[in-house]
Design a protein around this ligand. Structure first.
Ligand code: ASP
Ligand code: MG
Length: 406
């Protein structure tokens, strides 16, 4: 007998008929001899609709009230799912964040879970019922309703699974698993049967938006096996698990790309201690994360350098003014921007033990005449910044070069 958490995303609970399917699946799992906890998202499109309503009411809606509005989407689908289970002849109880109690900090719209009490869930299971928990929502120390950020039901699911010691956390979504790259631009992309937490984190943060990043961090911390799969068939999806020998042998597990990158070029700053510290210190103070950084060496006889870095395209507009201000203060001769860039990355545990992976990546891109504008690496990842017009070509070339085109 196992304890299973099943999370259903917006499309899986997108209609009355689909909620009935969720109920049937949860009941079948229970009949097979398991205790079942279901976590549900809001019906697809609902959270967007709710946020738009709030925005219509007030340009800058009150953060506390915004979360009260946003959390209703999951309240509706949790209760409808419990009803569907009743209709199918089973027993279930819906539980909201404050009822479970999923205690979070007070950061409205991006709250982080502090603790989860298992008692209410266990009491429900003991009575032979399925516990249906509303995803995405929690409660802070003041008793105020909070939400966990977009895609936060994944995090509810994994955190609940960790808290109650579930044997597995199934994430039912509208794709049938995690792919080696985006199948929309690379026809040879393949479903990955098993991937490590660490690789998944790199792929998630690089733009493979299957799981909320936070949920993978929690799964890794508590060793929760996560199974990403589709609710439209019984096919196995992708298991996200701890590392082992078989996973370590895979040199490149996936190829990702991120379009939300912009390049900033600060020209002719004095080449002396403290300059980049001041530049990036000021940027960090504004809560803007910088990704790739390059500082070239100054030309002989000139004590000047150029500093190039990337940040999220979506942060560029608000960053421009003060970057120009700092640049001026530091004595730079100018600032240039480039938004026609994309970051392509290869990710794999096997990179730790294989040499020449970065060199092969550069060679593959060079063979296609693709210029590399910036490079960054970590133990299990190499990223290159290239012109956006080469995105598809680069992804296909790297995918087929490292993973294969069959
Ligand atoms: N309903 C929330 C959202 O749309 C949370 C989730 O679906 O995971 O972001
Ligand atoms: Mg999601």
């Amino acid at each position: 007998m196992a304890l299973v958490v099943q999370k259903f995303g917006g499309t899986s609970v997108g209609s009355i008929e689909r909620i009935r399917n969720v109920a049937r699946r949860a009941l079948a799992t229970q009949k097979a001899g398991n205790d079942v906890v279901v976590i549900v998202s809001a019906m697809s499109g609902e959270t967007n609709r709710l946020l738009a309503l709030a925005q219509e009411m007030a340009k800058i809606p009150d953060a506390r009230e915004m979360d009260v509005v946003a959390a209703t989407g999951e309240q509706v689908s949790a209760a409808l799912t419990a009803m569907a289970i009743h209709v199918e002849g089973g027993e279930a109880r819906s539980l909201l964040g404050h009822q479970v109690k999923i205690l979070t900090d007070g950061a409205f719209s991006k709250a982080r879970i502090k603790t989860i009490q298992g008692t209410k869930i266990f009491d429900t299971l003991k009575k032979g019922r399925i516990a249906v928990v509303a995803g995405f929502q929690g409660v802070d120390e003041n008793g105020d309703i909070t939400t966990l950020g977009r895609g936060g039901s994944d995090t509810t699911a994994v955190a609940v699974a960790a808290a109650i010691g579930a044997n597995a956390c199934e994430i039912y979504t509208d794709v049938d698993g995690v792919y080696t790259t985006d199948p929309n631009i690379c026809p040879s992309a393949k479903k990955i049967p098993r991937i490590s937490y660490e690789e998944m984190l790199e792929l998630a943060s690089l733009g493979a938006k299957v799981l909320q990043i936070r949920s993978v961090e929690i799964a890794m911390k508590y060793g929760v096996p996560v199974h990403v799969r589709t609710s439209f068939s019984d096919a196995e999806g992708t298991w996200v698990t701890g590392e082992d020998k078989a996973l370590e042998d895979v040199v490149v597990a996936g190829v990702a790309y991120e379009k939300n990158e912009a390049r900033v070029h600060v020209v002719n700053v004095p080449d002396k201690p403290g300059i980049v510290a001041e530049l990036f210190g000021d940027i960090a103070d504004k809560n803007i994360s910088v990704d790739m950084i390059i500082q070239n060496v100054s030309r002989e006889g000139q004590d000047r350098a150029n500093v190039t870095f990337t940040l999220a395209k979506t942060d560029l507009a608000r960053a421009k003014n003060f970057i120009e201000e700092v640049a001026k203060r530091l004595g730079a001769s100018g600032v240039r921007y480039d938004e026609d860039v994309v970051k392509v990355s290869i990710v794999g545990l096997g990179m730790r033990s294989h040499a020449g992976i970065a060199a092969k990546m550069f060679r593959l891109l060079a063979n296609e005449g693709i210029n590399i504008q910036a490079i960054s690496t970590s133990e299990i990842k190499v990223s290159c910044l290239i012109h956006a017009k080469y995105t598809e070509l680069a992804v296909r070339t790297l995918h087929d070069g490292f993973i294969g085109n069959k």
